[in-house]
Design a protein around this ligand. Structure first.
Ligand SMILES: [Zn+2]
Length: 348
């Protein structure tokens, strides 16, 4: 049950208070660096003119996942906020330490997305998680956490959500990504802690670490705006052109390297594959010894390595599977369809 804020009182966050119909920047103080420089997480709050949901949008919880940073930047420049209901809390860079070092982790090699809800007297990652929980997540009713693939890996743009009720399913569908993976919650993740705090959270994945992927960014901006319409923050102007239903996958597996060597593949994320299909070939430098990489089960490729140098057992293709065989088809057309309409308002 979601309880919206009553009336339009000022919204207090970090060290600021934002009046109805205003937007403001704030900095959440996290820690000091060795040189005593203050490390802060910059946020922007858009406080609407009418009561409504409080939506957080976070990115770069893994410091090298930068598509989400662009998504939030463009989102904040959309001409949509004038009569907005509720409040948007935008956090373009959660892991400010990793982002500045172009790395996934914190300086102590901890994965921030395994350290939630955190504690004020714990290690650095735990302190940062606690600050985000206290200032951002505990003040929200809904959330969207933006991710990309890890270093040298790319992901198909898709939603991950733990769909255990209709409200979550509708919110996931509202994003309009071509595919949804109904996945469990990871221990210590922002998504798990937010759900435990009663916040409805989606995770959007797409693209490769340390790269901007235009398609992923455009789909992401459009998806966040669609969710804002769905939960009642924005007028539902595009109700007539709602995207087709996203396909929901309930399981996935990795196709791994059967032998060490160099990979050649003709597959891409979004391709559908059949059971037993050869997805790539791993060869020695002379092309004398070659080993096929095959799909164990039919499905759709949702992630793959971009680095063709492999050791035996390395994960190559992440394949989503479906109960309904009719859903196993190439995603490309759905992605293009999801990208059509309204994109002229999106700045670069
Ligand atoms: Zn991530």
């Amino acid at each position: 049950m979601i309880h919206y804020r009553e009336g339009m009182k000022p919204f207090s966050i970090a060290d600021i208070s934002v009046n109805a119909g205003n937007r403001a920047r704030a900095e959440i103080v996290v820690a000091r660096l060795y040189d005593f420089t203050k490390m802060t997480v910059p946020i922007e709050v858009v406080h609407g003119t009418h009561a409504g949901p409080v939506l957080f949008v976070t990115a770069a919880i893994h410091g090298d996942e930068i598509n989400g940073v662009q998504i939030i930047k463009r989102l904040l420049h959309q001409p949509i906020f004038e009569n907005m209901k509720g409040t948007l809390i935008a956090v373009p860079i959660v892991n400010v330490f990793g982002f500045n070092a172009k790395q996934r982790y914190l300086p102590d090699r901890r994965d921030l997305n395994r350290c939630f809800p955190g504690a004020p007297d714990g290690p650095l990652a735990s302190q940062l998680a606690h600050a985000i929980m206290t200032e951002v997540i505990s003040k929200s009713t809904h959330g969207i956490d933006l991710h990309t693939g890890a270093i040298h890996r790319t992901n198909l743009p898709h939603i991950r959500a733990s769909i255990d009720n209709e409200q979550m399913e509708q919110m996931a569908q509202a994003f309009g990504a071509p595919l949804i993976i109904n996945s469990g919650l990871r221990d210590g993740s922002l998504r798990e802690s937010a759900r435990e705090a009663g916040v409805c959270v989606l995770l959007y994945e797409g693209g490769e670490a340390l790269r901007f992927n235009e398609e992923v960014i455009q789909l992401g901006v459009k998806g966040v705006v669609s969710v804002m319409r769905h939960i009642g923050m924005l007028a539902d102007e595009d109700a007539a052109q709602k995207p087709a239903n996203s396909r929901v996958s309930t399981a996935s597996y990795w196709a791994r390297a059967p032998h060490s060597g160099m990979l050649n593949t003709a597959c891409a994320v979004g391709d559908s594959v059949s059971a037993g299909q050869v997805l790539g070939t791993i060869c020695d430098p002379f092309g004398r010894h070659c080993f096929d990489v095959s799909a164990k089960e039919a499905g759709v490729i949702v992630g793959m390595t971009m680095l063709p140098l492999l050791n035996e057992g390395d994960a190559i293709f992440h394949i989503a599977t479906f109960n309904d065989a009719a859903k196993i088809k190439d995603v490309d057309e759905d992605t293009q369809q999801a990208l059509t309409g309204q994109m002229d308002t999106y700045v670069t």
